[in-house]
Design a protein around this ligand. Structure first.
Ligand SMILES: Nc1ncnc2c1ncn2[C@@H]1O[C@H](COP(=O)(O)OP(=O)(O)OP(=O)(O)O)[C@@H](O)[C@H]1O
Ligand SMILES: [Mg+2]
Length: 225
């Protein structure tokens, strides 16, 4: 999968009565290809999550285009875009998003339930074990710690073996050992052919990445790769 973002700009309404606006991204280009790990870092509020959401097909840009293997995703119908996302995109949001009333395993299998791909329960079990969630597999998500929820979120993003993975601060709430495990797991997905984009402040993640980009002045500055 090759994802190409061209001339991406995004502004939000801000201020009393929504009359003002803030320009978060300005004419940003990025090309992402399978088999590589991309790390994006930058100051809080600089637009990293906004860019990830735009790349993942969740948020329309104010101008510019995002294409997946040459298909402009924002010209697709909602139905087509949802189908593409279900099939191809693994997304780890910055905020926790587990369904509290479902168990860890049920949460992890949720993408399988809505995707056309067959349910891969062997992959779910493999991820549960790999990410140290074995004893929590049948526990409801509403009792989990922040770090446990973070690992659940990673397993849920990877269960369908997506061809592109967006991980927005996936090591938040984690100790060093767990943070390394999470980044290693994302690298393993890249080795298996996925394009992996990670927003993170972890220095070790930057040194291991194929490409490092810094969000600065509403645009990406390429620092490595
Ligand atoms: N829906 C929205 N409406 C108005 N402003 C928004 C909206 N979403 C984000 N913003 C603003 O856009 C800017 C960029 O937000 P974004 O979440 O992309 O930053 P970030 O780089 O991910 O920050 P952090 O490191 O704190 O997660 C911030 O100033 C934020 O307040
Ligand atoms: Mg963010």
């Amino acid at each position: 999968m090759i994802i190409t973002a061209k001339g991406i700009s995004k502004s939000y309404k801000r201020g009393k009565g929504g009359k003002g606006f803030v320009q978060v991204l300005s004419d940003t280009d990025l090309s992402i290809e399978g088999g590589k790990v991309y790390v994006i870092y930058g100051r809080s509020g600089s637009g990293k999550s906004t860019l990830m959401n735009i790349l993942a097909g969740i948020l329309s840009p104010s101008s510019g285009s995002v294409s997946y293997d040459g298909r402009d995703i924002y010209s697709l119908s909602d139905r087509e875009l949802s189908a593409l996302r279900c099939l191809s995109v693994g997304y780890i949001p910055q905020m926790h998003s587990a369904v509290g009333t479902l168990t860890v395993r049920e949460n992890i299998l949720l993408p399988s339930a809505v995707s056309e791909k067959p349910v891969d329960s062997a992959r779910a079990d493999e991820l549960i074990d790999l990410l140290g969630l074995t004893e929590l597999a049948d526990v409801r998500a509403n009792v989990l710690s922040g770090g446990e929820l973070r690992r659940l979120s990673l397993a849920r993003a990877l269960v369908n073996s997506p061809s592109v993975i967006f991980a927005d601060e996936p090591t938040n709430d984690l100790d060093d050992e767990c943070a390394k495990l999470v980044v290693q797991t994302l690298h393993a997905s890249a080795q298996a052919g996925a394009a992996v984009v990670i927003v993170t402040h972890e220095l070790f993640a930057r040194s291991d990445a194929d490409v490092v980009l810094c969000m600065q002045n509403s645009s990406l500055v390429r620092e490595k790769g």
